[in-house]
Design a protein around this ligand. Structure first.
Ligand SMILES: Cc1cc2nc3c(=O)[nH]c(=O)nc-3n(C[C@H](O)[C@H](O)[C@H](O)COP(=O)(O)O)c2cc1C
Length: 199
């Protein structure tokens, strides 16, 4: 690379940096909450429910640990704490209306499956229902409850995964706050540049 090219890149980086402004901390979610929005299925005794969740992350490969925040204000919280199980279901763009409906309603007032045209299915390993319309569903058992009271953080082990392999580029919904979602789907392939152990 020539000196002129290196210096042009440096100038570009400095211009980009100049364009950044102080940003309200309580809005950081708009840029970091970019995992797919998921539907959490729960069941305790005869009662089942669904909630929307955006705050979650993978926590390990094997076992497949997964962490998420569930507020005690949600009806699902009690069902999930009692049963120590849930399902994580990944909706795509065509389910956006159902996602908004599930997020706007309370499980003690409506059967969200019936109200939003979603089909509950039996899990293989947990009693919580999966959602047939979602292309991917994960059955989870609580692996660690030590952070729930302090951070509302549930740490799960995914014990069974169901994924439709024909959905190649799922148009998942990614919440940006203020009622707006980004849609995923575009893909770039840099596998050839990756070290083997990073793939
Ligand atoms: C896009 C979106 C993301 C949400 N993410 C979370 C979340 O990560 N954790 C949480 O506790 N609630 C979250 N909520 C709120 C619950 O989904 C909402 O309160 C829901 O109605 C709870 O249902 P329930 O009271 O029947 O359990 C989110 C809502 C929306 C619309």
């Amino acid at each position: 690379m020539t000196y002129a090219e290196v210096s042009a890149i440096g100038q570009e980086a400095s211009d980009l940096s100049d364009r950044k402004r102080d940003f309200p901390l309580d809005q950081c979610r708009c840029h970091l909450e970019t995992g797919p929005v998921v539907l959490v299925g729960s069941q305790w005794q005869e009662t089942r429910n669904l909630m929307v969740m955006g705050w979650h992350m993978m926590l390990g490969f094997t076992p497949a640990h997964f962490g998420c925040l569930i507020s005690p204000g949600n009806y699902s919280y009690r069902l999930i704490r009692e049963s120590r199980e849930c399902t994580i279901n990944v909706p795509t763009r065509e389910l956006a209306d159902a996602v908004v409906g599930v997020g706007n309603s309370k499980g003690y007032e409506v059967d969200k499956f019936a109200a939003f045209g979603l089909t509950p299915e039996h899990g293989e390993c947990v009693s919580a229902p999966t959602v047939a319309e979602c292309y991917a569903s994960f059955e989870c058992r609580l692996a660690d409850d030590s952070q729930i009271d302090r951070h509302e953080l549930f740490i799960w082990e995914i014990v069974k995964a169901h994924v439709d392999p024909t959905v190649e580029r799922p148009k998942t919904l990614h919440y940006r706050g203020n009622g707006r979602f980004m849609i995923a789907g575009e893909e770039i392939d840099r596998a050839a540049d990756f070290r083997d152990e990073m793939l």
